[in-house]
Design a protein around this ligand. Structure first.
Ligand code: GUN
Ligand code: ZN
Length: 439
């Protein structure tokens, strides 16, 4: 048994509906056995009830539930930084050429390692990962993910038109390769499978039906895709599906809109689409850095909440600007501010909820992770800024836990991530100052 001693904060309930959702324990204790939280409370109390537990002293840092990134592309680590384009040009010029390089499993393995190590070192413990078009690159990805111990929900990306020929599959191949990957990896270690057509623009009706067949055959796999990201993209989809009522309709007709479905972006939804998503308990992954970088637009969070659509956060690397869920939370806050009266005023508790518990719920993993409730897995990130940094200074002057949390989202970066655990297993530890290679 291990007893983690720290100031910890979490949001077991949604601050969008519960007024005091942020729970804070200053000098708290989390007792962990076999990767699960057995008890939590003031350190002195938990200690008194478990005098023999080994104590890990994290005082001086802040312990948060591990971040949950609900939209991030594994093949796109190396395309980060390609600024100056909107979605369709960015895909053609910047991204799809790189995705084609993952046909080489050696190349794919190197990218998978970079990707997974970036997740862990940014404090992300669970991610819904948009995969590669190549089944071989997915084998490599699941192997590497299993080695790291991170929780990944991932799937082969499928498309059968309008990308580039080497990235295209057929409905039959999408079904057989998808089935083989599900049978090999879904539920193995901490991996789960997500059926992943790239977007309706690059998927025929027959391909979406093949995805639907997989979802029916394996009802507990997850589903993810893109929706309503960019006005030109939306227009093209409506032209490609002339009978469709809107962008969601082709997904809906194929049986892909479920409570285990996560649709990324949804910047330009209709009221009908929001109503259907809510009725099926399908989630939206809001990716504010990507929406800013690709000029996609301002996410209508208020309309999602009013319609009852569940929303979580994603980095959308490499359309986004990096792996930090702290930065993603801050950008979500900025964009709601920019919307003025049409925006939702977000506080630090909302940002924490969106980047942790909301993600767990979107992935139907709410009973396992996302907060520090008793019975949950110990998935955690310890944030502790290096001495003398601006964040360190500001935290030392914070007059409340809420203000500390706001400081972390405003100023926190990868350099402030000190340690990360998944299911009680350490998956990342910052190299102590002075011990870096070359010092
Ligand atoms: N729509 C289809 N593919 C992509 C992608 O790779 N990134 C983003 N942001 N949108 C997409
Ligand atoms: Zn994306």
């Amino acid at each position: 048994m291990t007893l983690y001693r720290a100031t910890f904060m979490h949001t077991p309930e949604s601050p969008f509906t519960a007024p005091d959702a942020l729970q804070v324990q200053e000098d708290g204790g989390l007792l962990v056995e076999d990767g699960r939280i057995l008890a939590s409370g003031p350190y002195a109390e938990v200690r008194a009830n478990s005098p023999r537990a080994e104590v890990v002293d994290l005082r001086g840092g802040v312990l948060l539930p591990g971040f949950i990134d609900t939209h991030v592309h594994y093949p796109q680590v190396r395309v980060l930084g390609g600024l100056g384009m909107q979605l369709l040009e960015w895909l053609d010029k910047n991204t799809l050429p790189e995705e084609a390089r993952l046909s080489d499993p050696t190349y794919a393995r190197a990218v998978a390692r970079e990707f997974l190590s970036a997740l862990a070192s940014n404090g992300t413990t669970t991610a819904l990962v948009f995969g590669s078009h190549y089944a071989s690159a997915m084998e490599v990805f699941f192997e590497e993910a299993t080695r790291t111990g991170l929780r990944v929900v991932a799937g082969q990306v499928v498309s059968d038109r309008l990308l580039r020929p080497e990235l295209h599959t057929t409905p039959e191949r999408a079904y057989t390769e998808g089935k083989a990957l599900i049978e090999r990896w879904h539920g193995v270690g901490r991996a789960l499978y997500a059926v992943t057509p790239r977007f309706a623009l690059s998927a025929s009706e027959a391909l979406l039906d093949a995805c639907g067949a997989l979802m029916r055959e394996f009802p507990d796999v997850r589903f993810t895709s893109h929706i309503n990201e960019n006005p030109r993209e939306v227009q093209t989809v409506l032209e490609l599906f002339p009978g469709a009522r809107d962008y969601l309709d082709p997904y809906e007709q194929a049986g892909l809109v479920t409570h285990r479905s996560v649709l990324a972006h949804n910047v330009h939804p209709t009221d009908r689409e929001l109503g259907v998503m809510a009725a099926h308990r399908c989630s939206a992954a809001h990716c504010p850095c990507s929406n800013s970088a690709l000029g996609s637009g301002l996410f209508p969070l208020r309309r999602h909440l009013q319609a009852g659509v569940h929303v979580a956060l994603g980095t959308d690397v490499g359309g986004g600007t990096g792996f930090s869920m702290l930065k993603e939370g801050l950008q979500a806050y900025f964009m709601q501010q920019l919307l003025g009266t049409a925006g939702v005023p977000l506080g630090p508790a909302h940002l924490l909820y969106l980047s942790t518990r909301a993600g767990a719920q979107a992935l139907d993993l709410g009973d396992l992770t996302g907060d520090f409730g008793v019975g949950k897995a110990f998935d955690a990130v310890c944030l502790r800024p290096p001495e003398g940094t601006t964040l360190d200074t500001v935290l030392n002057h914070a007059d409340s836990p809420e203000r500390m949390l706001a400081d972390l989202f405003t100023l926190g970066t990868q350099q402030d991530v000190a340690q990360v655990w998944v299911g009680g297993d350490p998956v990342y530890r910052r190299v102590p100052a002075g011990q870096e290679v070359g010092v």
